[in-house]
Design a binder for this molecule. Structure first.
Ligand code: NAD
Length: 479
């Protein structure tokens, strides 16, 4: 495969230093291409290019024109659906059917924001007699986007889709572990007619290109998705220039299952919410809280489902692919060895198929039961296919457990009792609540983001457009 370069000002560019980073296929652990190792100088060039676009052709485009260009991009993405899915599956290791779902979501992000571009407006405000006051929603200017490796296409699409619709020019730093789909989409954006510099992608390591972007004085807003630790660093760097930051930092999302729930409907969703993308999903349902009277029977059913799960290379298109990297595999093993050391019972696990290449980063989905609420397996984000089951006695305990971590991204509630659905939905501390379903972050139209250490600000839906704009108030005294 051809070596990947940065995409700056509508053109491919090697790194200023000429250095590259190997790109490894998680399914077999083998390098198959390289990407450009971006440095501060490359970020400088990209930010200058974005600024020129913002001050030039892109900034001059009307909202309707921006919408038309984004719609054209969504059509191109749809036309390249299979190609993008193949790129994503190889780069991230995710099963092809999941990568196809991501490619479809990417097209939908651009379609949604294409339609929203010319529907973003201010208000007129009642004020003193003799005044007319109104607000205008303006783009920030040049926005920075730091994207993780778990859903490169989708997270890129949700972030730049909204930022571009609002009129910003973007500089994107995708993750060093998986960024090939993002580069291809940047090329498609140019083909769709986006002016040069409206969308720039600089690849490279986080502490180099990522940090250079976060602390760049030419950036007007930063959107970051990734770990809480890096999110804190990015916030600190952006604060040097008083740049606003949107953070999406993952979670330890609970699924609360009451005895009156429709277990037939719940079961596949409980499994999928932790197995999808090998558990490397910020909104993974990684804790299942089960009412004590159905704890054993539901665990039996979950154990059967887990033991039937099959793991293999992306192209085998099984339930689960490999983890992204050897580093991520070590992280998951570390959690599992703590579970073993602390005698947390393993209720069941899936199987890695015999044909899976030896050097791939595989991990069988694992169901742990009776996890003590204070244990790190009940509190910290594993970011792997590991489900922690905990029993609860009543609604009060269920809520205390659900709210008992530092995170608050998504919660699932399974019960037929309507009043209880609403009580818990109101009291659970999370950015999204799903009742008798679990979206695992899905839903282009639905505002998404966290509370507490899961971050702040909202991506997706119309709400994201507010984050990518600043409000200006204009007061006219006319007597
Ligand atoms: P990370 O947060 O370090 O990386 C996310 C993005 O930030 C990448 O593009 C990376 O290059 C960039 N980055 C890293 N250091 C940076 C810095 N100093 N300045 C600016 N940008 C920087 O995540 P990781 O190391 O890839 O994974 C570690 C853990 O983070 C995972 O195990 C998982 O728990 C969590 N994670 C969460 C999400 C999510 O969607 N919430 C995504 C990826 C990882």
């Amino acid at each position: 495969m051809e070596e990947a370069k940065h995409f700056i000002g509508g053109e491919w560019a090697a790194s200023s230093g000429g250095e590259t980073i190997p790109v490894v296929d998680p399914s077999d652990g083998q390098p198959f291409t390289t990407l450009a190792r971006g440095a501060a100088a490359d970020i400088d060039t990209a930010v200058e290019s974005a600024r020129r676009a913002y001050d030039g052709a892109w900034g001059a485009a009307s909202a309707a024109e921006r919408g038309r260009l984004l719609y054209r991009l969504s059509m191109l993405v749809a036309a390249c659906h299979e190609e993008l899915a193949q790129i994503e599956a190889r780069d991230t290791g995710k099963p092809l059917k999941q990568a196809r779902g991501d490619a479809a979501a990417l097209a939908r992000y651009f379609e949604f924001y294409a339609g929203a571009a010319d529907k973003l407006h201010g208000e007129t405000l009642p004020y003193q007699n003799g005044y007319t006051v109104f607000t205008i929603r303006e783009p920030h200017g040049v926005t920075g986007h730091i994207v993780p490796w778990n859903y490169p296409m989708q997270i890129f699409g949700r972030s730049v889709g909204a930022a571009l619709a609002a009129g910003n020019a973007c500089v994107v730093k995708p993750a060093e572990d998986a960024c090939l789909s993002v580069l291809r989409v940047a090329e498609l954006a140019a083909e769709a007619g986006l002016p040069a510099g409206a969308l720039n992608v600089v690849t490279g390591y986080g502490h180099e290109a990522g940090a250079a972007l976060a602390r760049h004085p030419g950036i007007d807003h930063i959107s970051f998705t990734g770990s809480p630790e890096t999110g804190k660093l990015v916030t600190q760097m952006a604060a040097e220039n008083h740049v606003p930051v949107t953070l999406e930092l993952g979670g330890k999302s609970p699924q609360i299952v009451f005895a009156d729930a429709d277990l037939e409907a719940a079961l596949p969703t409980l499994v999928n919410a932790i197995v999808q993308n090998a558990g490397q999903t910020c909104s993974a349902g990684s804790r299942v809280l089960i009412e004590r009277s159905i704890y054993e029977p539901l665990l039996d059913r979950l154990a059967t489902a887990f033991s039937e799960l099959r793991v293999g290379p992306a192209h085998a298109d099984l339930d689960c692919g490999p983890l992204i990297s050897a580093k991520q595999q070590r992280r998951v093993w570390d959690f599992l060895s703590d579970a073993q050391h602390d005698s947390i019972p393993m209720a069941a696990h899936g199987e890695v198929i015999a044909e899976a290449p030896e050097d791939g980063f595989y991990q069988a989905p694992t169901l742990l039961r009776d996890v003590p609420p204070t244990h790190r397996l009940a509190r910290e984000e594993v970011f792997g296919p590991v489900l922690a089951a905990l029993p609860f006695a009543d609604e009060g305990e269920a809520l205390a457990l659900a709210n008992g971590t530092q995170y608050g991204l998504v919660a699932g509630i399974w019960t037929r009792d309507g009043a209880r659905q609403l009580r818990i939905a109101r009291r659970v501390r999370s950015g999204q609540v799903f009742i008798n379903n679990y979206g695992a972050g899905g839903g282009v139209e639905l505002p998404f983001g966290g509370v507490k250490h899961s971050g702040h600000g909202r991506e997706k839906g119309f709400e994201a457009l507010y984050g990518f704009t600043v409000l200006k108030t204009v007061a006219i005294k006319h007597g």
